[in-house]
Design a protein around this ligand. Structure first.
Ligand code: DWN
Ligand code: SAH
Ligand code: ZN
Length: 406
C-alpha cells in the first residue's frame, strides 16, 4: 500500500522492521510447517498525518479461535475497565433503556460491570477463543468482525440505537475505518458517543516504545489524525484524554458533528502536537534512529550477560515482544524462556524467535539472574508482585524508555 487508508493521500515510509511473524502466532513445540511472515514497516500520510503500517495482514490470520490474549490478566487493567464502566454508567448510560456496544470486548473485562448493573449491552468480538470466555461469564457477545454490515444487523435486531459505542485497543487494529464509521453511524443514537482508546503516537515517540508496532496495531493515532478522521466521516472529536495504561494512550470521544461542544482538551492537544511537529518526517526519522539505538543497546547488554554466564529469562510473552525479539534477533540462546500467565501461550514457542513460554511457576524455580520485562507496560504491577525476585538478588531489564537494569 502506498496511499493512506483514511484519505488516499501519499504515504511516506520512515521505518522498516524487516520481516515479522504474527505477533500472537504462538507455535506448538513440535510445529514444523512454515510460519507466516510479512514486512513490518511504517508510513505517515502527507495529507492527514495518520501514521500506519505499509502492509496489512489479513484479519482472519490474527483474530480467530486461537487468539490467546486475555484482557483480564492484569489487575491494573481490571481496575481501569471497572472504573471506565462506572464512568459510563454515570454519564452516557443513565436512561433505563440505555444500550451499549463494545467492539473487541475480549473476555468481557469492561462489559462485566455493565452486565452487573443490568444495562443492555452487546460485545462484538471476532476471536471465538476470548468471546467464549465472555459468554461463559454471562455477557452478551456476537462472534463477528465489526464493520458496516454487522452494525446494520445489530441495529435491526435490537430495534433501538446505542447511546455508546466503545472500543479499547481495537480501533487501531482495524484498517477499514470507513466501514467502521459507517457502522457507528448506523448504530449510534443522534446524541450518542463513540469512545475509543489506543496507544498514543506521542508516547510511542517519546518513550521509543517501538514494540507497540506489530501486525495487530495498524494505526498509531494522534489527536490531529483522529480529529481529521472523525471529520471526514461526518463526526467530531469532542474530547481527548491521556491515559496512563499500556504505556500511554489517549481516549477519544467522538460525537455526530455539531451535537456536543468540544472540550478544551482537544484544542490543547492539537496545539501541543503542532508545536512539537509530532507527525513531521524529521520527528519520525529521529524516532527511528532512537529505535535502532535501543535495539543495539539491548543486544549488547544481553550478549554481555551471556558472556558473563548470567541466566536471563523473559517476563510476559506480549504481542509487543514479537517485534523486539525478531527485530533484535533475540532467541533462546540469549533468553532461555518467557514466563507468562496465559494458558494458551504456555507450552508453546514465541512467534519467529521460538523461545519457550512457561507458566509463572517456572520463574521462581529457581529465579534467574535477570528478567527481561517484555510486559514493561505493567511494570509497576509486576515488579511489586515479584518483590521476592529482587530480594533474591534478581534484576529487571527494561528497554522502555531506554535500555536499563533496575
Ligand atoms: O492491543 C493489544 C493489547 C491490549 O493486548 C492487543 N493487540 C494484544 C495485546 O498486546 P500485548 O500482548 O502486548 O499486551 P499486554 O497486556 O502487555 O500483555 C501482557 C502479557 O504478560 C500477557 O501475555 C499476560 C502476561 N502477564 C504475566 O505473565 N504476568 C501479565 C501480567 C500483568 C502478569 O503479572
Ligand atoms: N478491549 C480489550 C481487547 C484488546 S485486543 C482490551 O483493551 O484489553 C483487540 C481485540 O480486538 C481482540 O480481542 C480482537 O479479537 C478484537 N478485534 C479485532 N478486529 C475486530 C473487529 N473488526 N471488530 C471487533 N473486534 C475486533
Ligand atoms: Zn491520510
Amino acid at each position: 500500500m502506498t496511499s493512506c487508508r483514511i484519505c488516499g493521500g501519499r504515504l511516506h515510509e520512515f521505518g522498516d522492521f524487516g520481516t515479522q511473524p504474527l505477533s500472537s502466532g504462538f507455535l506448538e513445540p513440535d510445529y514444523i510447517g512454515d510460519e507466516y511472515f510479512f514486512r513490518l514497516a511504517l508510513g505517515v500520510c502527507a495529507s492527514c498525518s495518520m501514521v500506519q503500517l505499509m502492509e496489512e495482514v489479513p484479519r482472519h490470520l490474527m483474530f480467530n479461535g486461537h487468539y490467546p490474549y486475555l484482557s483480564s490478566g492484569s489487575s491494573v487493567m481490571r481496575k481501569h475497565f471497572e472504573q471506565t464502566a462506572q464512568h459510563f454508567l454515570r454519564t452516557e448510560l443513565t436512561s433505563p433503556d440505555a444500550f451499549a456496544v463494545e467492539l473487541g470486548c475480549n473476555d468481557g473485562i469492561m462489559l462485566r460491570a455493565l452486565a452487573d448493573a443490568g444495562v443492555r449491552h452487546l460485545g462484538v468480538e471476532p476471536s471465538e477463543s476470548v468471546a467464549d470466555i465472555a459468554r461463559r461469564n454471562g455477557i452478551r457477545v456476537t462472534t463477528e468482525f465489526f464493520q458496516e454490515s454487522t452494525a446494520t444487523e445489530i441495529r435491526e435486531a435490537e430495534g433501538r440505537p446505542a447511546q455508546l459505542v466503545y472500543a479499547a485497543n481495537t480501533i487501531c487494529h482495524i484498517p477499514y475505518v470507513d466501514s467502521i464509521f459507517r457502522g457507528v453511524d448506523a448504530l449510534l443514537a443522534d446524541d450518542g458517543v463513540f469512545v475509543f482508546e489506543d496507544p498514543y503516537l506521542a508516547d510511542i515517540v517519546d518513550k521509543t516504545a517501538y514494540d507497540q508496532i506489530y501486525d495487530e496495531h495498524f494505526y498509531f493515532f494522534s489527536v490531529t489524525s483522529v480529529s481529521a478522521m472523525a471529520q471526514r466521516f461526518g463526526f467530531e472529536l469532542v474530547k481527548a484524554e491521556r491515559l496512563p495504561v499500556h504505556g500511554g494512550e489517549v481516549r477519544y470521544t467522538i460525537a455526530r458533528q455539531g451535537r456536543r461542544t468540544p472540550d478544551s482538551s482537544v484544542a490543547a492537544l492539537l496545539a501541543e502536537e503542532k508545536v512539537r511537529r509530532l507527525a513531521d518526517l524529521d520527528t519520525l526519522n529521529a524516532f527511528f534512529r532512537n529505535v535502532e539505538k535501543s535495539r543495539d543497546d539491548l543486544v549488547e547488554l544481553l550478549r554481555q550477560l551471556k558472556a558473563e554466564g548470567r541466566r536471563v529469562v523473559g517476563y510476559g510473552a506480549t504481542a509487543k515482544s514479537a517485534t523486539v525479539a525478531n527485530y533484535c534477533g533475540i532467541g533462546r540462546e540469549l533468553v532461555s524462556f518467557v514466563s507468562d500467565t496465559t494458558p494458551n501461550k504456555q507450552g508453546r514457542l514465541t512467534p519467529g524467535s521460538h523461545i519457550p513460554v512457561r507458566p509463572r511457576s517456572a520463574f521462581e524455580n529457581p529465579y534467574p539472574d535477570y528478567a527481561l520485562l517484555f510486559a514493561w507496560n505493567h511494570a509497576e504491577e509486576i515488579i511489586a508482585k515479584e518483590i521476592r525476585f529482587r530480594e533474591a538478588g534478581g534484576k529487571w531489564i527494561l528497554y522502555v524508555p531506554h535500555v536499563q537494569v533496575v
